[in-house]
Design a protein around this ligand. Structure first.
Ligand code: ATP
Length: 343
């Protein structure tokens, strides 16, 4: 039985996948395994190749070279409809003249499923996204968040093993976006299929994902859990892109790789005031700005060597003013060296 093979645990496997558009290399020798049943996000700046990778998995683009497997089967040259995946696009692509129910049932009609079963399965999919009551409406009579749910129900109704989502929350306002992030994650858990989610929003990727792949310039810079990316970034790029970056350059006295190298510290690991002791380091500088964010306050400090860092102030910024001289300190065990930059 196929499901008993070890490779059945991998939903999507890319090996040495390249995609060129003319002379432009959009994806470069990519190796990636996405596990069956995980919520996997592809995160990266605009133009880093995330959407191209999603389209390659969906079969909307063919790789210039390399192979793509879905659940152990080589699908490199197969058309989208021959792959057990479905896609939710950012613009939802709903049919305006059809009711919500008919929109959701559409994929079943194409697959020649009978009318009664179509309606039953479409209703079940709508219930799953809490839209059962709106089955008779037209898309234009729905809010943005409701349309988004219809698009997801329509993709799920054909029971794909992998769902591809291309920035599906991009058109929503921030509050709704946060709500939908939680809903989508819960939905993924309840249906138990693999979700592959493209976003350029690091907070979104960290909130929702089991693992995140960070893309930079057509290549994967790091694949890790959200916690792993945040606490153990493997490069300047990831440290800078995920969370608030604090990049220090270690000078001769502390250098680790025989030359100046960089390290990072997260804002919450930096405390105000000299707290001397074994295993601690400190620096002095000047407060540049204080950003009160409600639950937290970010204080930007320019250290004497010119490095600008952000520290979290537990007292809500009380007593801290721009221009003030301050000392900050940290525990050496919280320092994350960025070995990529020493190469
Ligand atoms: P965004 O977040 O802006 O969608 P992305 O990380 O998803 O960006 P891609 O859309 O994958 O990036 O694009 C990667 C690179 O490939 C970009 O430089 C883009 O201009 C180029 N590219 C993508 N599709 C095509 C195409 N059909 N023809 C030519 N170049 C393309």
């Amino acid at each position: 039985m196929k499901d008993e093979k070890p490779e059945a645990k991998v939903a999507v496997r890319l090996r040495q996948v390249c995609k060129k558009f003319g002379d432009m290399t959009a994806v470069d020798a990519l190796d990636l395994d996405i596990r069956d049943g995980e919520f996997f996000s592809m995160l990266g700046p605009s133009g880093s190749g995330k959407t191209t990778v999603l389209r390659l998995i969906g079969g909307f683009e063919l790789p210039t070279s390399g192979t793509i497997e879905l659940h152990g089967e080589d699908v490199t040259d197969k058309a989208p409809f021959e792959r057990n995946v479905n896609t939710v696009f950012q613009d939802y692509a709903l049919f305006p003249h059809m009711s919500v129910l008919d929109n959701v049932a559409y994929g079943l009609r194409v697959r020649k499923v009978g009318r009664a079963e179509r309606r039953e399965r479409a209703r079940a999919a709508l219930d799953r996204v809490q839209l059962g009551k709106l089955a008779g409406r037209k898309p234009e009579q729905l809010s943005g968040g409701q349309r988004q749910r219809v698009a997801i129900a329509r993709a799920l109704v054909v029971e794909p093993r992998v769902l591809l989502l291309d920035e599906p929350l991009g058109a929503l306002d921030l509050k709704l976006r946060r709500e939908m992030q939680v809903e989508l994650k819960e939905l993924q858990r309840s249906v138990g299929i693999t979700f592959i989610f493209v976003t350029h929003d690091q907070e979104e990727a960290l909130t929702m994902s089991d693992r995140v792949g960070v893309f930079n310039d057509g290549a994967l810079q790091q694949v890790d859990t959200p916690r792993g990316l945040y606490t153990r970034p493997n490069s300047r790029f990831v440290a800078d892109f995920v969370g608030t970056s604090n990049l220090f350059t270690a000078k001769a006295a502390t250098q680790r790789y025989g030359r100046d190298t960089e390290f990072t510290l997260r804002p919450e690991q930096i405390v105000f005031g000299e707290q001397a002791g074994a295993g601690r380091s400190s620096g002095s500088g000047e407060v540049l700005s204080v950003a009160y964010l409600g639950a937290t306050t970010h204080v930007t400090v320019r250290l004497d060597d010119g490095t600008e860092i952000v520290a979290l102030h537990p007292g809500g910024g009380d007593g801290i003013e721009p221009g003030q001289a301050v000392t900050v300190s940290w525990s050496d065990t919280d320092v994350v060296w960025l070995p990529d930059n020493a190469a």
